[in-house]
Design a protein around this ligand. Structure first.
Ligand SMILES: *Cc1c(COP(=O)(O)O)cnc(C)c1O
Length: 430
């Protein structure tokens, strides 16, 4: 068996100090803040490509397609970067389908379409684009897909997204693989539904898919889920279905803290777990990683507006708010926060780092020990490349931040800062 070896390991985070200045790869963050303003998302192209290549290398020995989960970070430039390296895409809406079309049209044929509530226009658009696979999440959706496929005269390849009833330890908001969750179809009911589906001339039961949740750090649940899927595939073949794809979903987690983290080893472990789960199954493997590819490649650069004391507490108020990065407010997620100018001394403060939005939930960290900062200083919120920009909003009528993609020492503006005109454009004051 020939195995492609991964590129030499690089640091899991592209942000590091040189001469007391914080750089993203070769680009100086302080200069970028001066040139582009804050809050500002900054991503390393090298890190994104490296993470994608780790998956390519780890699964090189079997037929596979890495379908990057667009919702983790849906910036066109990032989709294009990945598409050019051969990525497919996991989408969850008609909007994401349009993003793939715009980023790299040939990648449409490597799209898998997930989601529990697909609308007719979204199904039609995906049929017309001739995507690779519909991940069907209910019997009702299967009937709708059959009807639309017939109406448009296009055969639809589909997989049932089964719910394997496997527990994966993660935040309850991002766990999806238990029967109590809204996702997927009970694996015990799947065989009968495939049988029904086979009667539809316009449906092609081409695969089985599973996705048990997000930010999963232990790989055993992936093996357990896939073992159940593999057993189902064997039954489906006995029933005469031509199953060619097995979609293992996404969900591989990263380390948001400060313990040593080795992405290459983690992907190797993940691949070994999936291989265990697959046993002798040799169907084309689809993977849907999102967070693992982009989270640590990105960070949110923000400037301190005010440092204030209320009683015994210190608050550091930044120009980024929960509308720019909602993970701490939504999931109590941890993000490391570091100063852009490396402090000479060891002077620290214990503070809440908060945004300017009028909500008590607008915080990035509570009672955090950080190096002392003053108004005007820049700080960086690490590991914000996934579920950062893609979850931004205009709450408090705040324009969304700009985004930069760093290539070596060069910074490419991939999304300009929103303007007041952008903010008001869709509205009709009467
Ligand atoms: C969100 C999602 C993913 C990506 O999850 P990550 O944790 O970012 O890897 C993959 N597949 C489906 C169906 C999803 O909903």
């Amino acid at each position: 068996m020939t195995k492609k070896t991964a590129a030499p390991e690089i640091s899991p985070r592209p942000f590091a100090y040189r001469n007391r200045k914080l750089l993203c790869d070769g680009a100086d963050l302080s200069s970028l803040a001066d040139a582009h303003g804050t809050p500002l998302y900054v991503y390393s192209a090298q890190q994104i490509s490296h993470r994608f290549q780790l998956f390519e290398a780890a699964f090189a020995s079997r037929p596979h397609t890495i379908c990057y989960a667009v919702k983790a970070n849906s910036s066109l430039a990032i989709l294009r970067l990945l598409a050019k390296q051969g990525a497919g895409f996991d989408i969850v809406s008609g909007g994401e389908l349009e993003r793939v079309r715009k980023a790299h049209k040939p990648a449409l044929k490597k799209v898998v379409f997930s989601g529990v509530g697909k609308q007719v226009w979204e199904i039609d658009a995906a049929l017309q684009a001739d995507i690779l696979l519909f991940n069907v999440e209910s019997e009702a959706e299967l009937h709708l897909l059959a009807a639309r496929a017939e109406a448009l005269g296009r055969r639809a390849r589909f997989a049932l997204r089964v719910n394997p009833d496997v527990f994966a330890e993660t935040h309850p908001y991002i766990s999806t693989g238990l029967s109590e969750h809204k996702f997927g179809i009970d694996i015990k009911a799947a065989r009968a539904i495939y049988r029904k589906a086979a009667k539809y001339k316009w449906l092609d039961p081409a695969g089985v898919s599973v996705h048990i949740g997000s930010q999963i750090r232990k790989v055993d649940p992936f093996a357990a889920a896939l073992a159940r899927v593999t057993a189902l595939i064997a039954d489906l073949r006995k029933d005469g279905h031509d199953i060619r794809y097995v979609d293992a979903g996404g969900g591989l987690g990263i380390d948001y803290g400060t313990t040593a983290f080795h992405p290459a080893q983690q992907v190797e472990k993940y691949a070994a777990a999936l291989t265990r789960g697959l046993a002798n199954e040799s169907a084309h493997l689809l993977l849907e990683p999102g967070r693992f590819i982009v989270a640590q490649a990105g960070a949110l650069l923000t400037r301190v507006l005010v440092v204030k004391k209320n009683g015994s507490k210190t608050f550091v108020i930044t120009d980024a708010g929960m509308n720019d990065l909602i993970r701490p407010a939504l999931y109590h997620a941890h993000h490391e926060i570091i100063p852009v100018r490396q402090p000479a001394g060891k002077s620290t403060i214990t503070a809440d780092i908060v945004g300017p939005v009028c909500e008590s939930g607008d915080f990035f960290a509570r009672d955090r020990v950080i190096s002392a900062v003053k108004p005007g200083d820049l700080v960086l919120l690490l590991d914000a490349g996934a579920y950062g920009m893609s979850l931004t909003s205009n709450y408090n009528s705040r324009p969304r931040p700009a985004e930069l993609l760093i290539e070596g020492a060069q910074a490419k503006l991939i999304r300009r800062r929103e303007t007041m005109r952008d903010l008001l454009a869709p509205e009709i004051p009467g």
